[in-house]
Ligand binder design. Structure first.
Ligand code: EPU
Length: 418
């Protein structure tokens, strides 16, 4: 298994280009199931999770052609409605095929995604939403089965905003008969990008990006002009935090500052200097990092996917920081690894972390437990004195494209050991 080895203590300098967003690309690729024809995408990141969703679509019968960030999915030959365990267990986001399959074919069977390192992550709201649209849902030997002649529009209220739940139901409702209204919907930029793409294919979706999304169902969707994947706001935030943590000066290109206001505000409060441009952000770190408190909440609040990286920054801040994780119940596993590097963190009630800033971190072997945890360990390794070796980097490869190359271009001493 690959490892990432970092000799820390170097400030990051230079320019970095952000890739397409994993969490925007996954639902968009799943949406190609809705089309009896070809759907093409550009700015597709080269990631394990993207390979996983392509494999899943190919297993259903779709043809996928990809090269250099371009992907074409032909959904005209889909003949299978079952997403098998071996494909789904690799990536929970595979649940995103459930809505499109039942909407287009009237029948879907998707292996139930298990829990994952960061929490139980149930899919009950995806299922009750589909039921509200008239699907008959059953569980059979670890598989979710959904059946409906044609889905019928309805009102759906989410107890809490769910990103992939909103996406699944937006896709399903696009082909339902009549009007659907999703209330307390997730408002992430990835939702807006999916709604825009579905509208290009002929769907009638209004209000994406707000808590109320209205979908007038249509009979079918058709091939659209090429869909460009939006820049990855979490990758952007990760480089912003790394620049601030090392006291460097980094110009981040091909990003969308409007999607990052919570992160920009929190980083400014730590003392970092941040300038935004149309599609770029420059972060200049300062010698002294002020501590700030963080609570993760749905967009446009501070994202859970940036909590681990901010915790790494707070380990070397001047003072104490309280980090409240309110989205997932087990998303502090990286804290124990940060302790190995000399951080001072205590956890209470499972979702509150008190981080007491220390003067220095020291390099040590550590282990990544999930995607964003691995990013926090990279940031910590970049500021730590000496060598940090991060194992289980396959977690990182799921969601960060060529991360060690991008950091070495910023002068970091970082290599991948095969
Ligand atoms: N929830 C339920 N029932 C449901 C669905 C969600 O109780 O049916 C709960 C979850 O357990 C959680 C909360 O609702 O407490 C929000 O979860 P959400 O459904 O929004 O998460 P998700 O859609 O499974 C996406 C991202 C995650 C990101 C979360 C939160 C994708 C493919 N994944 O997951 O990304 O952390 O939203 O923003 O979009 C990552 O990229 O590292 C990652 C984990």
């Amino acid at each position: 298994m690959d490892k990432i080895q970092i000799n820390g203590g170097k400030k990051l300098y230079g320019e970095v280009t952000i890739s397409g967003a994993k969490n925007a690309a996954l639902p968009l690729i799943a949406s190609a199931i809705l089309v009896n024809g070809k759907t093409s995408f550009s700015n597709v990141p080269d990631l394990m999770d993207i390979k996983s969703i392509k494999l899943l679509l190919e297993d259903l019968g779709a043809t996928c052609k990809s090269s250099n960030g371009y992907l074409e999915v032909d959904g005209s030959n889909i003949h299978k409605i079952e997403a098998e365990y071996d494909l789904v267990r690799k990536m929970r986001a595979s649940i995103l095929v459930l809505g499109p399959l039942v909407a287009r074919f009237g029948h879907a069977k998707v292996s139930m995604p298990g829990g994952c390192a960061i929490g139980a992550r149930p899919v009950n709201m995806h299922l009750s939403g589909l039921e509200a649209l008239g699907a008959e849902i059953s569980m059979d030997h670890g598989y979710i089965e959904a059946k409906a002649n044609r889905l019928v529009g309805n009102e759906i209220y989410f107890d809490t905003p769910t990103v992939t739940g909103t996406e699944n139901l937006m896709m399903a409702a696009s082909l339902a008969k009549g009007t659907s209204i999703l209330r307390n919907a997730a408002r992430e930029p990835e939702i807006v990008s999916l709604a825009d793409a579905l509208n290009k294919m002929g769907a009638q979706i209004h209000g994406a990006g707000t808590a109320i999304i209205t979908i007038e169902g249509v009979k079918s969707l058709s091939s659209s002009s090429e869909i460009t994947i939006i820049p990855d706001r979490i990758e952007t935030g990760t480089f912003m935090v790394a620049a601030a943590a090392t006291g460097g000066d980094v110009f981040i290109k091909n990003c969308e500052p409007d999607h990052l206001s919570s992160i920009i505000n929190k980083l400014k409060a730590t003392g970092a200097e941040i300038r935004t441009y149309q599609n770029a952000i420059r972060v200049t770190g300062k010698e002294c990092i002020h501590s700030v408190d963080i609570k993760t909440v749905p967009y446009p609040g501070f994202p859970t996917d940036m909590q681990a990286q901010f915790m790494a920054l707070m380990t070397i801040a001047d003072g104490n920081s309280v980090i409240h994780e309110s989205i997932f119940e087990n998303r502090f596993i990286h804290a124990n690894e940060l302790l190995r590097l000399g951080a001072d963190i205590s956890i209470s009630n499972g979702n509150l972390a008190m981080v007491r800033g220390v003067k220095k971190l020291q390099g040590a072997p550590v282990m990544a437990s999930d995607l964003r945890a691995s990013a926090s360990l990279v940031i910590a390794g970049l500021v730590a004195e000496g060598t940090t070796a991060i194992s289980r980097v396959y977690h990182m490869d799921r969601g960060y494209e060529a991360i060690e190359k991008k950091f070495s271009q910023l002068d970091a001493d970082i290599i991948r050991i095969k």
